[in-house]
Design a protein around this ligand. Sequence first.
Ligand code: NAD
Length: 336
Amino acid sequence: MRVAFFSAKSYDRKFFTERLKQFRHELIFLEPHLSQDTCKLAFGFEVVCVFVHDRLDREVLKRVAEHGTRLVALRCAGFNNVDLNAAKDFNLTVVRVPAYSPYGVAEHAVALILALNRKIYRAYNRVRDGNFSLDGLLGFEIYGKTVGILGTGKIGRAMVSIMKGFGCRVLVYDLVQNPDCAALGADYVEKETLFEQSDIISLHLPLAKETHYLIDEKALARMKDQVMLINTSRGGLIDSRCLIEGLKNGKIGYLGLDVYEEEESLFFEDKTGEVIQDDIFARLLTFPNVLITGHQAFFTNVALENIAHTTLANISAFEENRLSPMDLVKVEESAR
Ligand code: NAD
């Protein structure tokens, strides 16, 4: 099939071109994000292949469907950027890569925890400057601490298993209990209990109406002073405005973000030398106890291989009418 491949990066070209040898599709790599301004580029393509910052709103979906698109192939797990009701209305099939490397994402969350706790990012610069003072680098032992994990799907489960390995007490919250997590020794609790008792809180829920701003001023107020908050899921789970006050008054002792609610205009691009226009993001960068990475938790060789393989296999399955209902991203999922 002919595929308009939006938001293409050098690593996408490398992994998809390598994998393409096993498939018969034609991929046209396009650097822009898919949006109302760029959707013309997709006209005439049966498939659009997109990533997390492509915007598939009703207007975009309507226009591409009118010009021959039948399949939206997401090369990511999250699908909060697609209007699934509109996709249904315009008879567009939507597929995604539900699991490409849950351990990779969980390991990145743990990397943020360890780096924040032992201030590795500060120690690295200090030692290179010839400053071997330990002042300001005091950490705590993760062993024995209470870790709260919101969302016990594929990534949350991996997170439970790693944090159990550290000797932590693990509290979990999800609408649906995952028996693996209970078997690993995690305790399902109400989210309020998790907020109140956890020393470290890590988010692994999808972004949907129900989870938007799950962490707001009220949720923060319930948390322990000096809590460590980690978000490798989606920026919109946290109301970023309350983070600044939380950091200033010591409610948040450590903040590790791989995602940010307004990341679209920043992440995945080299902005060296540019003035950051987002005042909240710029302020967050000034705190010594904040560590931000630019949506790189997924970024491992295993994940990129799996993303390329599953995306191309999804397109083949659609072409050959072999997609099972389990493979489709359905409207009901966005309503969870
Ligand atoms: P998953 O679907 O396996 O698990 C999500 C869990 O959240 C499920 O157990 C589900 O029951 C639960 N859930 C959904 N809505 C809920 C609600 N309203 N209240 C409580 N629980 C709810 O997903 P996953 O593979 O573990 O991924 C989780 C998220 O991580 C993705 O949605 C994506 O946004 C994010 N992600 C980020 C990166 C990155 O690079 N930073 C990479 C992959 C995924």
